[in-house]
Write a protein that binds this ligand. Structure first.
Ligand code: FAD
Length: 487
């Protein structure tokens, strides 16, 4: 039997149920063909339309390039070869089936609504042609349809959802990593990874190389670096400088390490993932990733529509200049600018920083959360439609388990609390580096002398704030109150 293993968001060899299934059924008699098919649509064509693939932004494409390279090396070290094709996935699979005489195709499931629609369509088409098609859970602890409330309905609130996941069990098996794989026929053509043109034409990615090592070995080394910190995670996770968190999100998004592997490792080495507090909290955060996928599965429309229907006709501000200032880290609010510049230069942003900038955009600037979500999808290396949608809807107050609409993060207080010595702001907004701490979080409150001593001219060397935080907070409250009155 020849089996095609279709790699997508699971760019690893360990705990890979689809690959394991291929090995179990006849690796000794036939071939296993590992394949990556790059969707052949231009990014501008991509929408949530069910027939089109998922949009992958520039930062994520950078990651994918290096992750594919790593996967190709790992497969080669097992005696196999990654076959790369580009085009409409069903047509490419049919072509490969024809070329290899494969009679089975296997993959690990994805949860994005457009990806699920694509997988369903491809599965039906291949089965109609007599091909065996099997899909597996390789990316989640528990898939969305297995967790429901007592009435058999999906949860909308995280805490009871997570309790149900814990009750369903976290002590889950993982699949072994193969040492050897059957060879891939020499005659089978593959594109070179470079031919996919995933790297940027203009080299804005220089800094990325200092921060990230995409691929399975990079994921494990990141996890190992984080392990000595895990007991402090519950407290340290909020510091904006980001040294207390794992930075595993992109590795998880690309499936270079699986949540089951992480939990398995912690269970084997620490005996429990429900205590002590640091471990429990970290594993619960993995639960938020699962919850994002859960919501995307049960409420697929929420990728670009508010889950809370009261917000369907909400009047967001059309303010392109403000949006641009936010994107470029030029709002004049230091913590917002630091976070947005960190995102631009590294492709990553701390979770609390994500909440602060999202609250500033949707509440203080009253700009549609979808504008922010789209910018994140383009600039984050961990851009993940379900987690991103859930994070934006949560902060905007339009989603499941949302922050109440009247909760508006005060970026000055947030910075004082979670960047008390100003390290984060000074690192990413160097033009403020010499400003005393008492003014750093709100430079517009500093005296002329204090500004001059720090070499700052507001409006010239650093912007005046584009929004008066008090006034815009009040405006948001009035605006959001209309929604309350409509209930
Ligand atoms: P850690 O704190 O070390 O957490 C470990 C893992 O748990 C993460 O790698 C991630 O997989 C998961 N996780 C932690 N917090 C969350 C959360 N709130 N929601 C979902 N998963 C979580 N995460 C993405 O992976 N991709 C996104 O596109 C994304 N967009 C976001 C947008 C907004 C507006 C917000 C508020 C959050 C978003 N998140 C997103 C969630 C979260 O900010 C990141 O997962 C986290 O900051 C990644 O850093 P880390 O790996 O160091 O996290």
């Amino acid at each position: 039997m020849t089996t095609i293993v279709w790699f997508r968001q699971d760019l690893r060899l360990g705990d890979h149920p689809a690959l394991d299934a291929a090995i179990q059924t006849g690796a000794d008699q036939g071939h296993i063909i590992p394949v990556y098919i790059h969707p052949g649509y231009a990014p501008s064509d991509q929408t949530a339309d069910a027939t089109k693939p998922l949009y992958e932004g520039a930062a994520a494409r950078w990651w994918r390039h290096h992750s594919l390279r790593s996967l190709a090396e790992r497969l080669a070290s097992c005696g196999s070869r990654l076959i790369i094709r580009q085009g409409e996935p069903l047509a490419e699979l049919q072509r490969l089936i024809h070329e290899t005489k494969a009679n089975r195709v296997v993959w690990n499931r994805r949860m994005e609504p457009a990806a699920r629609a694509e997988d369903t369509r491809i599965k039906a088409a291949l089965r109609a042609e007599g091909i065996n098609v099997d899909s597996f859970n390789g990316n989640y602890l528990h898939e969305p349809w297995t967790i429901q409330n007592k009435q058999g309905k999906p949860f909308k609130v995280f805490t009871p959802y997570w309790k149900a996941v814990v009750a369903a069990g976290l002590d889950l098996p993982t699949y072994p990593e193969p040492d050897n794989l059957p060879t891939v026929p020499r005659a089978l053509n593959s594109l070179a990874i470079d031919e996919l043109e995933l790297l940027p034409a203009i080299a804005w990615d220089k800094d990325f190389y200092n921060h990230w090592q995409p691929g399975e070995p990079g994921a494990w080394s990141r996890f190992e670096d984080f392990l000595p910190l895990i007991d402090e995670y519950a407290e340290a996770r909020n510091h904006l400088i980001g040294t207390g968190v794992s930075k595993l999100s992109a590795h998880l998004h690309f499936g270079e390490i699986s949540p089951r592997q992480i939990v398995r490792y912690l269970l084997d080495t620490r005996g429990s993932v429900l205590e002590p507090r640091g471990i429990e909290h970290f594993v619960r955060e993995l639960g938020w990733r699962e919850f994002g996928a859960y919501l995307a599965y049960h409420y697929p429309q929420t990728v670009d529509a508010p889950l809370d229907a009261r917000f369907l006709n909400f009047k967001w501000r059309d303010a392109p200049d403000d949006l641009r200032a936010w994107q470029r880290g030029q709002t004049g609010i230091p913590v917002v600018d630091a976070a947005m510049r960190c995102l631009w230069q590294t492709g990553w942003m701390h979770n609390r920083a994500r909440m602060i900038v999202a609250s500033f955009l949707t509440k203080n600037l009253l700009i549609d959360w979808r504008c922010g979500a789209a910018w994140f999808m383009d600039t984050l290396v961990d851009a993940d439609e379900p987690s991103n949608t859930a994070g934006w809807q949560w902060t905007a107050g339009t989603g499941a388990d949302a922050a109440p609409y009247f909760r508006i993060f005060n970026p000055v207080l947030q910075a004082e609390k979670f960047d008390p010595d100003g390290t984060f702001i000074r690192r990413w907004v160097p033009e403020l580096a010499r400003l005393e701490n008492k003014y750093l979080f709100a430079p517009w409150t500093a005296s002329e002398t204090a500004l001059a001593q720090a070499g700052i001219v507001l409006g010239k060397t650093y912007p005046e704030p584009i929004s008066d935080l008090k006034v815009s907070r009040q405006r948001a409250l009035v605006h959001f109150d209309q929604i309350k009155q409509n209930t």
